[in-house]
Design a protein around this ligand. Structure first.
Ligand code: MOS
Length: 699
């Protein structure tokens, strides 16, 4: 496949094209679109985790000035039968999780809506709830598929026999807690109905997909829905598909016959906008005396809700990361009385690689080998799961470059011996990997007679710099300066495109844009190189190209290094230095790419040391619903952090030669930190986050 890189616009640092609009406050987000006659909705949430709403008394709320409606299952307009059952709000008195929407108050002002919501009295018939994930939960079952469509279980060879015959064995149980996405902009919607058509200004990772999902929720044709979303303040997976909040806005607008604004509060997001399932993972590694893996066994236990099966693909990366003759992976799920877990940055890879990469470090210790050398001995020649060749595999090169840059060679492997005053100091390393995919998308490209161009695609810029890099891709394909091209995104009326997820945005959208521009340029050539007064337009979709892609195992790789200091008196762990080296094909915009890597690594530090949603067994809900109690790193927690990459020329990917970069930054980070904490202290923490009490218990 030929790549299109020309010097000048692609592969060079480019600041965000809408940066000035954003920092001056002129960029309009979902909640801010000005609409005539708008009113406000506020949600009432279930205070039980399981049971039935017996009665809703909205009489006092309705008597207040400015209150237009109190909507519950008793009087809500009917919805369709969406595949996403969580979106079928207020259609039945059944309560499936604490925090579920049980009523909506609508009023002329936000304050009146909030007060009205407070005055709604709900009576419940409460049933005993089941909210605690355990590895001996009686309801555990094996799902058929895991997200998005992988087999739940795989087996190759006799794992038990290989483990029994192994010279070295690691047999360990790891756990990760539930974690909640917290994009800076909360989930917000503005719903406007007009003659049976719905326009939804929404904070979403993909307007076309949101349109289809919302249409399904209301049981109307997709053509009757338009989703507009020019700017989005973060998503991380939580805005991949519309949440019940978006349906609530549409339902409220339908009920009162006025445009309705609704935003989830930060606290409401902890029950309504998805989260990462907690995991309990059992990893067994068997190796010969030289550290060569003979068997890999990885099983993850996770939760889902009673409304929908969401099975995170936790052990899927274990299928391809290292060579071993015998391998087994699997997933077990329990459907609990909880909100449905969902996508959160690098679902599957993040918790799964954490456990695997800690186990690999434990094996290196058992083998008396440097952990990089151990990984080098287990580097597969082809994808162990599929037998396919890797389109490119930069893992060891990332390790080599990172080791040199980090000063890994000077490392004394002995744990718990380096002191800096009260601090114990250690270093750790871990591998990262993330699939390099692209999904069918469609784009148009228009040439105007004045020499400017417009490209349109139903893409989303959720703060990543997508608008900017797509403009770079388009200008490169057109061989014109950046300022001659405008790329339109964030509107479901634009051509159907992949959502901003799975690190597939740039690769999917860029492929369609390059194809549309190639067709446009042929058309311009057919007009003797001049664009007629009325302009020219070409459209192209990539579904057939992707179907015809040669079979390769396509993945991005990375090596994460870190130095931690652990306070011997308090158990506090601090990441003093972190380096990520990535192999992600061609880097299209080094400025925004670096930010993506650093953001992912920061989320990884957060996962290792800070984030933990704690289940309150009595109330049946995660109890830490705000940033006072749900911890994320602040600037003081992020010290010396550096991301870089190796040159990778992979002709088997897409016209840009790029792999996705949005998620790989988080993948190996937590394991690198846990491994460094072991090196610093000699204490192996297998349960995240690495809290003070856990470290102190081991010291
Ligand atoms: Mo990402 S979790 O695929 O939006």
């Amino acid at each position: 496949m030929a790549t299109t890189i020309a010097p000048g616009v692609l592969g060079v640092e480019q600041t965000r094209l809408e940066g000035r609009e954003k920092v001056t406050g002129r960029a309009v987000y979902a909640y801010e679109h000005p609409v005539e006659g708008v009113v406000y909705a506020w949600l009432v949430q279930a205070t039980i985790a399981r049971g039935t709403v017996r009665a809703v008394d909205g009489s006092e709320a309705r008597r207040r000035d400015g209150v237009l409606a109190v909507i519950s299952h008793e009087n809500a307009p009917g919805l369709g039968e969406p595949a996403e059952r969580e979106l079928r709000i207020l259609q039945s008195p059944r309560v499936h999780y604490r925090g579920q929407i049980v009523a909506i108050a609508v009023a002329e002002t936000l304050e009146a809506a909030r007060e009205a919501a407070d005055l709604v009295r709900i009576e419940y018939d409460t049933e005993a709830h089941d909210v605690a994930l355990r590895d001996d939960h009686p309801k555990l079952y094996t799902p058929e598929k895991v997200n998005p469509n992988f087999p739940s279980e795989t087996a190759e060879g006799d794992v038990e026999a290989a483990l029994a015959g192994a010279a070295l064995l690691v047999d360990a149980r790891y756990s990760t807690p539930a974690e909640h996405n917290n994009p800076m902009e909360p989930h917000a919607s503005l719903a406007v109905w007009s003659g049976g058509d719905l326009t939804l200004y929404d904070s979403t990772q993909g307007a076309p997909r949101a349109r289809d999902t919302i249409a399904g929720a209301f049981g109307i044709e997709p053509e009757r829905v338009r989703v507009i979303s020019p700017h989005v303040g973060g998503g991380f997976g939580s805005k991949g598909i519309p949440r019940p909040t978006a349906v609530a806005a549409g339902l409220a607008a339908l009920a009162v016959g006025r445009p309705v604004k609704l935003t989830a509060t930060r606290m409401q997001m902890f029950s309504l906008t998805g989260y990462r399932t907690p995991t309990i993972q059992h990893v067994r590694l068997g190796a010969d005396a030289e550290g060569r893996l003979q068997a890999i066994d990885h099983v993850a236990i996770e939760q889902t809700s009673t409304l929908k099966e969401f099975a995170e693909q936790t052990t899927v990366p274990t299928r391809m990361l290292y060579a071993a003759r015998t391998r087994r992976t699997g997933h077990r799920l329990a459907a609990l009385d909880v909100p449905t877990p969902s996508w959160m940055r690098a679902p599957g890879e993040t918790p799964g690689v954490y456990a695997l990469e800690c186990a690999v470090d434990e094996l290196a210790v058992a083998a008396g080998l440097d952990p990089i050398e151990l990984r080098a001995r287990n580097e597969p020649e082809v994808d162990p799961e599929t037998g396919l060749r890797f389109s490119s595999r930069g893992l060891l090169e990332c390790m080599r470059v990172g080791a040199e840059r980090f000063g890994w060679d000077r490392r004394d492997p002995t744990p718990g011996v380096r002191r800096d005053g009260r601090w114990l100091v250690g270093t750790g390393v871990a591998s990262s990997t993330y699939p390099a995919r692209r999904a069918p998308s469609t784009a148009f490209a228009r040439a105007h007679a004045d020499g400017t161009f417009v490209v349109g695609i139903g893409a989303a810029d959720i703060g990543t710099g997508a608008r900017t890099v797509l403009t770079q891709i388009a200008a490169d394909a057109l061989e014109v300066p950046l300022d001659r091209v405008r790329v339109e995104i964030g509107d479901s009326d634009l051509p159907m495109a992949m959502l901003a997820g799975g690190s597939m945005g740039t690769t999917s959208w860029g492929s369609a844009i390059v194809k549309a521009i190639t067709a446009l340029r042929e058309d311009i050539d057919a007009h003797n190189g001049t664009v007629p007064e009325g302009g020219l337009e070409a459209r192209a979709g990539t579904a057939d190209d992707i179907k015809a892609d040669e079979p390769f195992s396509r993945h991005a790789f990375g090596a994460q290094f870190c130095e931690v200091a652990v306070n011997a008196g308090t158990g506090e762990a601090r990441v003093r230095r972190m380096l990520g080296v990535f192999a992600c094909g061609r880097i299209l915009n080094p400025l925004t790419a670096r930010s993506q890597f650093l953001g992912g690594m920061t989320q990884g530090i957060s996962m290792a040391l800070h984030e933990e949603s704690v289940m309150d067994l009595e109330f049946g809900d995660y109890l830490n619903h705000d940033f006072a109690q749900y911890h994320v790193p602040v600037f003081a927690d992020i010290e010396d952090i550096e991301a870089t990459w190796i040159e990778e020329d992979d002709p088997h990917l897409n016209p840009m030669g790029a792999k996705g970069i949005g998620e790989i930054g988080i993948v190996g980070t937590a394991a690198a930190i846990a491994n460094a904490v072991f090196h610093a202290t000699g204490v192996r923490i297998r349960d995240l986050p690495i809290r003070l009490d856990r470290v102190l218990a081991g010291l």
